[in-house]
Design a binder for this molecule. Structure first.
Ligand code: GTP
Length: 438
């Protein structure tokens, strides 16, 4: 009887942190052409930067007070985002720590272990910035405590065909224990896959990473992972210098070893989950976050009406003609203009873009300051529900299902653009289909 209140007391006192792995400019190449103009983690879906959705979930964990963004973008990249987020989530201390080079998903954690361990948190979440999901962090925490776990991974079921593109988890369905983990296996082992969201016990994960480093150093190749404190004093012999870029990855180097312990568990989510890898994948992510906001009756969304098919987000500074028909799953960015009689569905219209009267935009992303002419049609193709791919086969050729106009593109009046990716500053004066316009 006495144990229950004591455990509850302990829980509320147990500190938890969160790390969001944001990567750097050399990653996110599949997000081009959009990542040419904005770092992928700051690209807006459902009216907010991708990593805002991570912070929003993290902010709901009661014992969590600190979030560390780890990446290798320039220091200045996240400054404004952190300033804005600090106002929105005043209980969170948010900081960005920059890796001197890409250290990999585990290398970055290890490099900044002193910062993570500061204040002696017992556990910390790790979120890949490039996933879109409902982030059931409280469910993960519950499982972690119930099982006295070393690690909990978030998993989801995908089709057998898609599974080998991801990290696959073999688990005991009764105990939820992870028995095996294999990153992108060559043949089918399980359709329960890694969502890129973890909860680690601090006392276990760093020794696991250290063991992985040791295993490497006993092999001929040498890798150095100085801590953030002794970085400047670390010494690397000239012959080792060329090896310093070697990365350490959670997925390939750590998780399969964790499965050997019997304290690694999986929480299987039945809620939505998608990766945000290609630029086109921002469209399903936008739809899923808008639907979540709609279910939560968010006041940020535009109220439904004859011409607004929910969910729709219109930035307060955008101008939308009342005769334009929008939705479902549409986000209209700051200062964008949508003219009379226009139709926009399943699309993202970015800052300062203009959709002229009677134009039609379907399954597309209209880049910053781009123009879509009157009676023009910019369209992609819907992908099957539940698909984890943003490409489709058309006339025997693999093309992007989502049409993307980069920054400052112009589509002429009455021009039709179908399943195209258009690099920034291009002018389209004639109909185009299934092309990358460079
Ligand atoms: P695949 O999924 O294997 O195609 O690789 P990917 O590079 O697209 O993603 P990966 O699974 O390697 O990365 C998962 C998350 O970690 C993403 O949000 C990346 O931005 C981030 N990430 C990847 N490498 C690094 C790194 O070296 N340092 C940091 N801080 N983050 C990284």
């Amino acid at each position: 009887m006495l144990q229950v209140p004591i455990r509850e007391h302990n829980n509320s006192m147990t500190s938890t942190k969160a790390v969001v792995l944001v990567g750097g400019p050399s990653r996110g190449t599949r997000f081009r052409p959009l990542s040419l103009d904005v770092p992928k983690p700051l690209f807006e879906v459902a009216g907010h930067p991708i990593i805002y959705h991570c912070l929003k979930a993290v902010a709901k964990v009661p014992s969590l007070r600190e979030v560390i963004l780890i990446g290798y973008y320039d220091e200045s990249v996240f400054r404004d985002f952190i300033k804005d987020s600090a106002k929105e989530f005043p209980q969170l201390k948010i900081q960005y720590l920059r890796e001197y080079t890409a250290l990999g998903t585990a290398g970055g954690l290890y490099h900044f272990r002193d910062a993570i361990l500061k204040g002696n948190p017992e556990r910390f979440f790790v979120l890949n910035a490039d996933v879109c999901c409902s982030f059931p962090l409280l469910d993960m925490l519950k499982l972690f405590e119930e099982k006295d776990a070393e690690a909990v991974i978030l998993g989801t079921r995908v089709s057998n065909d898609a599974a080998t593109n991801f990290g696959c988890i073999v688990s005991d369905s009764h105990t939820k224990r992870v028995l095996h983990y294999v990153e992108k296996p060559e043949s089918h082992i399980s359709n329960l896959i890694n969502c890129g969201v973890y909860l680690f016990a601090t006392e276990c994960i760093f020794p696991s990473i250290r063991s992985a480093i040791k295993r490497r150093t006993t092999r001929p190749r040498f890798v150095s992972y100085p801590s953030s404190e002794n970085l400047s004093s670390s010494f690397m012999a000239p012959e080792e210098e060329g090896e310093k870029n070697e990365v350490l990855r959670l997925e390939q180097d750590i998780l399969s070893d964790l499965a050997d312990s019997n304290r690694f568990f999986v929480h299987e989510t039945r809620d939505f989950w998608r990766q945000i890898k290609t630029a086109g994948s921002a469209v399903p992510a936008n739809a899923l976050y808008l639907q979540k906001a709609f279910q939560a009756q968010s006041e940020e969304l535009t109220p439904p009406s004859a011409n607004i098919l929910p969910p729709v987000f219109i930035h307060p500074t955008a101008t939308v003609d009342p005769t334009a028909k929008l939705g479902p799953n549409v986000s209209i960015g700051p200062r964008a203009v949508v003219g009379a009689g226009a139709r926009v569905k399943e699309s993202i219209v970015l800052e300062d873009a203009e959709i002229k009267h009677d134009a039609c935009v379907l399954y597309s992303i209209i880049g910053w300051s781009s123009r879509v002419g009157a009676w023009a049609r910019v369209e992609g193709t819907p992908t099957p529900v539940g698909s984890h791919s943003t490409s489709i086969i058309k006339n025997g050729v693999k093309v992007q299902s989502i049409t993307i106009l980069g920054k400052e593109c112009a589509v002429g009046d009455e021009v039709r653009v179908q399943n195209c990716v258009c690099l920034p500053y291009k002018e389209l004066k004639r109909d185009v289909a299934n092309e990358v316009i460079m």
